[in-house]
Design a protein around this ligand. Structure first.
Ligand code: ADP
Length: 550
């Protein structure tokens, strides 16, 4: 795709124009109609039904042939001695004509030498005329159903390779060559099915004409399969009618089914497209939560995803605004200090201004370090490989590291490791160290001289809890949640300006939550000493936790 086209596509999105049949609809329709078509062509075959009809027809013809043969044997035999008895051809022809005239059956009489001596189709009618009874052409059916069935019949005949001409009784003398004739001349019964010159089926039955067990000839009866074909045609027509109704229902149901899939999906993709183009939030994805299926789930997931993305964007925007705001304060102070410094000549005043400038610069430095740390945090937490970390060991090591600082400030640092067993969690050691450094650092900076900081480690069904308690002023009333917000600071005025950025707890919270844990702050009262202070509680799940890349 060239660039222009790509850009165009990118701008327009992939939302499909309305009104066109969706590919899903087409696919569902095709599958359902195909299944129905296979079923119906199988039913239309009706092979067994047809064979049953042919068997019945052969049985009926055989009975008829036996009756006529018996009549011939009685009435059309010359009255000579049993050795020279023969069929009296004229009488035989009359009998055949009269008996066969009443039905659509064609009869042929063949003598013992295989000569056709009578054929009901070429018999002399009353008045001496030769009557040729043409078999009526096979019916081609009626209406649309007939057309469809005719096509089906031709196709299936072609498929079976049965379109060739077979020997038909249309040619005089054919009957004598049929195997059933030979059977009849041997005193047996025979039957067969031929394909006629027009591709129609012709049933033939042969019976011996006997007088006292002596075979005098063979009587052949032919009947075309018109009745059978008509019966089969009717069955097929009925099947076609049912098929028509079933097809209509299938199409309607398929379109409905496809609609319930394609329509909400199209709505979703259109809405997603609008969300992508519109930078405002007025576009919301359609609410499909009422649907108790996968599409409902998809709609819900997409809505949640958009909400999460908006939240994320809010956070980024908020962060940028907070950062700008926080940087503005030291910058303003810096600018006025620099401006004043250029005007004053008193060295003492200049020294003071220099100190302010230094403070501002170090505060900016601190801020920028923390901000860059915080902004890298997300990416690092989602990408870094988790390792097994022993929280008990980690806290003990930190306690040792802070012992000297605490002693310097005459603060007691106490470790209460509970059962003393290792507490293994899956996580990023450096980042977890950062959390506890921040908590212990805060506790040290808020503790009065002679105070005590207690680090408690406790296991509790599947969790490890670390408590950091101090004897400082405690958390300001009602600010237990707020202190975890970015840039929240409430520091003793005595503290050196610019050493804190107000990001420590918010970063700690982010780290702990990325480990599947939680952090909270409260005030406590130590009943043994009557001291009060702040308590920070960190809870982390023990054992491996779910990570994006296990
Ligand atoms: P910073 O340490 O840079 O001030 P933090 O996010 O670590 O930022 O802390 C935010 C605020 O939470 C602090 O300014 C303080 O008001 C409050 N705070 C944190 N730890 C304690 C504590 N141990 N005792 C009392 N207040 C605390």
């Amino acid at each position: 795709m060239d660039r222009g086209a790509h850009q165009n596509n990118h701008r327009r999105g992939r939302a499909r124009p309305r009104g066109r049949i969706s590919p899903i609809t087409r696919r569902i329709l095709a599958v359902n109609v195909f299944a129905l078509a296979v079923l119906v062509s199988g039913l239309l075959y009706v092979g067994q039904y047809r064979e049953g009809l042919i068997r019945t027809e052969i049985a009926a013809l055989t009975t008829q042939a036996d009756l006529i043969a018996a009549a011939l044997g009685e009435a059309a035999v010359s009255d000579e001695d049993s050795e020279n008895q023969a069929l009296v051809e004229d009488v035989a022809r009359q009998i055949i004509r009269r008996l066969a005239a009443t039905s659509r059956t064609r009869a042929q009489l063949i003598d013992t030498r295989g000569r056709v001596i009578g054929d009901s189709r070429f018999l002399v009618g009353p008045g001496g005329t030769v009557r040729i009874d043409e078999l009526p052409p096979p019916s081609d059916g009626e209406g649309l159903g007939g057309l469809v069935l005719g096509a089906y019949e031709r196709a299936s005949r072609w498929f079976r390779g049965a379109s060739g001409r077979g020997p038909g009784p249309g040619d005089a003398g054919t009957g004598s060559r049929l195997p059933e004739t030979r059977l009849a001349l041997a005193g047996e019964h025979g039957s067969g099915v031929q394909i006629g010159p027009d591709g129609e089926m012709i049933i033939s039955v042969a019976a011996p004409v006997q007088r006292y067990k002596r075979v005098l000839g063979a009587l052949l009866l032919f009947r075309d399969s018109r009745e059978i074909d008509e019966a089969v045609f009717q069955v097929r027509l009925d099947i076609l009618k049912v098929f028509g109704v079933a097809l209509l229902i299938t199409v309607l149901l398929s379109v409905y089914l496809a609609g319930t899939i394609a329509r909400p999906l199209r709505r979703l993709s259109l809405a997603a497209d609008r969300v992508r183009h519109g930078l405002s939030r007025q576009y919301r994805l359609p609410d499909l939560s009422g649907r108790d299926d996968e599409i409902g789930d998809l709609g819900w997931a997409l809505r949640e995803m958009t909400e999460a993305l908006w939240k994320r964007m809010d956070a980024i925007e908020g962060f940028a605004a907070d950062v700008a705001h926080e940087i503005k304060n030291p910058l303003t102070s810096l600018r006025s200090a620099v401006e004043t410094a250029s005007r004053v000549s008193d060295p003492e005043q200049q020294r003071k201004l220099m100190a302010i400038i230094q403070d501002d610069v170090s505060r900016l430095d601190r801020l920028i370090t923390d901000i860059s740390d915080a902004s890298r945090l997300d990416a690092e937490l989602s990408r870094a490989e988790m390792a097994t970390v022993d929280i008990a060991g980690l806290v003990a090591t930190l306690k040792d590291a802070y012992d000297a600082t605490a002693a310097e400030r005459k603060i007691g640092l106490v470790l209460d490791a509970g059962d003393g067993l290792p507490c293994l969690v899956s996580g990023l050691e450096d980042r977890l160290v950062q959390v506890f450094r921040n908590l212990i650092g805060n506790a040290l900076s808020f503790s009065p001289e002679g105070g005590r900081i207690t680090l408690r480690i406790r296991r509790r069904d599947g969790d490890v809890r670390v408590l950091v308690e101090d004897h400082g002023p405690g958390i300001p009333e009602g600010a237990e949640e707020q202190i975890f917000e970015r840039f929240y600071q409430e520091r003793p005025v005595t503290e050196k300006f610019g050493t804190h950025s107000g990001l420590g707890l918010s970063i700690s919270k982010q780290i702990v939550e990325a480990h599947g844990g939680s952090i909270r702050a409260e005030n406590h009262e130590d009943f043994s000493t009557g001291c009060t202070g702040a308590r920070f509680v960190v809870e982390l799940p023990l054992g491996p936790i779910d990570t994006p890349n296990p």
